[in-house]
Ligand binder design. Sequence first.
Ligand code: SF4
Length: 346
Amino acid sequence: MCKLHSAYNASMSFDPASFSSSLIAWQRMHGRNDLPWQGKDPYRVWLSEIMLQQTQVATVIPYYLRFVDAFPNVGALARASEEEVLSCWSGLGYYARGRNLHRAARMIMESHGGEFPKQYEDILNLPGIGRSTAAAISAQAFGEKRAILDGNVKRLLARYCGIKGHGKQVEDGLWKIAESLLPDEEVAVYTQALMDMGAMLCRRSKPMCCSCPVKNGCVAFNAGCVHELPTPKPKKKVPERYATFLLALNGAEIMLEKRDPSGIWGGLWSLPQIEDGISLHDWKIVERIEMPKLVHTFTHFRLRISPLLLKLEEKPEHQRKHSWMRVDEALQAAIPTPVRNLLLSL
Ligand code: SF4
């Protein structure tokens, strides 16, 4: 067991100038410098930062390219309907991000004359933007000296400074460290370096310490306890929920249900669920097939889905919130990933 700090304290001494200059030099040589959102356009930086929350770069790139093609600037995004925005977001998950982007674009039109705000506090006030994301936009688009602390950077700093534990005190300490290590210049490159280090070298598993530009000053590396940090949080048992999804088909058309604007898959088209009290009483069912079950994991629970394919002779009486769409059209609409996979399997 290594001797580690359980919190940041002022007596800890690191050499910020050496840390940041090593990272900046490494980023220039080995970092990611051809990402499609890199540059000073705050709209593109913002978009990428939101898409990259919870999602890896390789997954984000095609979505990002499609999104900027459809909505090349804040005005275009604000003018779009929520349906159009969500259909472009469809498959990327965590749909609140897409809805917040849309709301934020409308706020920028109303409160900032259509120009992406430059002030950190104004950026932080936009929906869907927390402290680290606001700092990443400020640093990358406007060169402001602001510290970021996303999951990757927390891991890197916890190891570099040898900080164990978790919780508010540890988090506050990591923010202080992140701020103390900021360089006075080249903040945009330094910010990208932190992100690249977290993704490329100081990875959760199999970190590449031998190639690390700051290994000489890294507490965890020198104490041989890289794998102990960051301290894992105790695992909570993920609750499970169950749902029977109806794939009601009439010819080439399928019955879909628009989800309420808030909550899971808010505003998306989904499949009707038996649990919502839908009555099949007078449906003219020609064929009924139980399809293979599937599991979809959300942040706070796991959904076990039993899909039931019902081939209908005719469409039942119109029911509230339900619409009929051709399956090929449905695949272009704003639908969550499990629904997309089920439609593709028909
Ligand atoms: S030496 Fe290893 S643990 Fe330390 S910062 Fe570098 S990659 Fe991370």
